[in-house]
Design a protein around this ligand. Structure first.
Ligand code: HEM
Length: 542
């Protein structure tokens, strides 16, 4: 558990600081109800599981997804949960409330300090580590880089990765197929490699070589699970970042005797150093070859931006790391779920194969228009992202006191500083929006346009994609949502036109580590355990 040999005074310093913080929170918690009764006291919700961490142990838990979904089902669109020392927080999946928070009054809400400060330490000052005007300025420069035209120009690169993936899979299958022609492959591993290679090539023009165990590759793939294991410790970040200058905070991190903190520190150093080198290379090759990777487009946009709009070197390095992260785990989680759903529904897999074949796509690359005109592929992508969003929740803090409407004609006053969870997965399953079959995976609900929606037409979610919350909505919505659609569709076209995919007998479970990922239940020395992966039976189509 403890990985660093620390001197006694430094351990003592970390301990004293944490002890002061705990004392401060306990005092605040015990005195507050006497001088101001909470306006949230009547909001229903589960009892705190512990006096110390409230419901945080249930919310930030690999097995916590049913708890998240249950909050909306049991208590409605706004439920009260508890943070440290009884801190009252809200869990929100109500469409009207989401509309108010994300669209109507976005300046009253911001990412939590915990999120911003830990991201700033890990990624540097990129999009996920800045707020207010700085974030607005960064988005103004980064958003156009993901324009439909720029993404269209990258289609050959997306195809190149997809074809390299199918070539490798063909070799794998041929070398170890059984008599029935099927081979069992860990498809989540392959989807993760494909997603990393895609983002490496499109954003940076850089190959991470998916078969190589490059330190940067490992850092990218292990960071999010390691951070999730630190979810509770992370809550102290806003307090810790106020402790003196940067060199002193770095010393505190160096002295922290926790293996996961040290692992995150090392991964963050690897990512930062690699990003600095990649940026320098990108500058050189951009000038030499007029290269059109997303980072070279960002560099050009930055060079021509006005002085007050321009990103600093640290901000550019931050964007680069953030783009890689934003793209990798999320896309690979979505792809894993998609191939799994198609494996258990071979009838729908066959429909996609048929519609691809009808375009003649097996011999040529489809254009973006042709890709988006495949109705079953589109319906399967939408339905899978709706029912199984890779990021099931995000959090925000109220920057000022505000009142938010919810339900038919209710409202609640929210004190400044309140932390809220935006229940992405919960909102995506609301019967009021999607109809009584909201909890079923039914791609056909997307065929025939909006008329097929069975919910109440007056209730709308403020998401940027297909009226769902999977890529969020508003000022901090996903910048790569078009990128993700093209990437996923091209990879699926290549896979489904060449391979038939069926499930194995394995018991697949989907765990939460901020982003959802698959594991299988196994017996290890007579004891039930879980192993990361998604074994599926794959064979070449006849
Ligand atoms: C299926 C794939 C994806 C899903 C489900 C997804 C989902 C999300 C969500 C929910 C957020 C909001 C996070 C928050 O508010 O805390 C977000 C933000 C973001 N995403 Fe994605 N994302 C995906 C793919 C991508 C890709 C491919 C990229 C880049 C190439 C990307 C880049 C980003 C960035 C940079 C942000 C931060 C935006 C900001 O704070 O202004 N994402 N994404």
């Amino acid at each position: 558990m403890f990985s660093l040999p620390l001197s006694l005074p430094s351990q003592r310093a970390v301990f004293d600081i944490l002890a002061c913080y705990v004392l401060f929170r306990v005092l605040k918690w015990s005195v507050k109800p006497w001088y101001s009764p909470s306006p949230l006291r009547h909001i229903p919700g589960p009892a705190p599981e512990s006096w110390f961490k409230g419901n945080l142990g249930q919310l930030f838990n690999a097995k916590g997804l049913p708890f998240h979904l249950g909050l909306g089902e049991i208590y409605g669109g706004i439920a009260k949960v508890h943070g440290f020392f009884g801190d009252e927080q809200l869990y929100i999946s109500d469409p009207k409330a989401l509309q108010e928070i994300l669209i109507k009054n976005p300046d009253a809400w911001e990412e939590t300090e915990v999120f911003i400060e830990t991201n700033r330490i890990i990624f540097g000052p990129g999009l996920v580590a800045t707020t207010g005007d700085v974030h607005k300025r960064q988005r103004k420069l980064v958003n156009p880089v993901f324009s439909p035209t720029n993404l269209r120009n990258l289609v050959p690169v997306f195809y190149n990765v997809a074809e390299r993936l199918t070539d490798v899979l063909m070799r794998e299958i041929r070398s170890r197929a059984g008599v029935d022609g099927f081979s069992v492959l860990d498809m989540s591993e392959w989807m993760s490699r494909a997603a990393l290679e895609t983002v490496g090539k499109t954003v940076l023009g850089y190959s991470f070589d998916p078969l190589d165990s490059h330190a940067y590759t490992n850092a990218i793939r292990e960071l999010i699970p390691t951070l999730f294991s630190l979810s509770l410790v992370r809550q102290f970040a806003p307090f810790l970042v106020q402790l003196g200058p940067a060199w002193m905070r770095r010393k505190f991190v160096d002295w922290t005797p926790h293996w996961a903190v040290q692992k995150v520190k090392n991964m963050s150093d690897v990512m930062h150093n690699t990003a600095v080198n990649i940026l320098a290379d990108a500058r050189v090759s951009m000038r030499r070859q007029n290269e059109k990777t997303l980072i070279s487009l960002l560099l050009s946009a930055n060079d021509t931006a006005g002085r007050n709009e321009r990103l600093s070197e640290a901000e550019l390095t931050g964007q680069l790391t953030v783009m890689i992260f934003g793209a990798q785990d999320t896309s690979s989680s979505a792809l894993s779920r998609l191939v799994y759903q198609l494996s258990i529904r071979p009838d729908i897999q066959a429909k996609i194969r048929e519609e691809i074949r009808a375009t003649g796509a097996t011999d040529r690359h489809l254009t973006v228009e042709e890709i988006f005109a495949l109705p079953w592929l589109d319906a399967v992508l939408r339905e899978t992202l709706r029912l199984y969003p890779p990021v099931p929740f995000v959090r925000r803090t109220a920057l000022q006191e505000c009142t938010i409407p919810f339900g038919h004609d209710s409202s609640v006053r929210i004190p400044q500083g309140t932390i809220i969870f935006l229940g992405i997965a919960g909102a995506n399953r609301l019967p009021s929006v999607w109809g009584p079959d909201a909890k079923e995976w039914k791609p056909e609900r997307w065929l025939g346009g909006d008329m097929h929606r069975k919910g109440d037409y007056s209730v709308r979610l403020p998401g940027i994609y297909a009226g769902m919350m999977s890529f969020l909505g508003g000022k901090r919505s996903c910048i790569g949502y078009r990128f993700a659609q093209i990437e996923i569709k091209i990879l699926l076209i290549s896979l489904i036109s060449r391979f038939e995919i069926l499930p194995t007998e394995d018991d697949v479970v989907w765990n939460l580590s901020q982003i959802i990922s698959p594991s299988v239940r196994i017996m290890k020395e007579g004891v039930e355990a879980e192993e990361k992966g998604l074994p599926l039976r794959v064979k070449l189509v006849d």
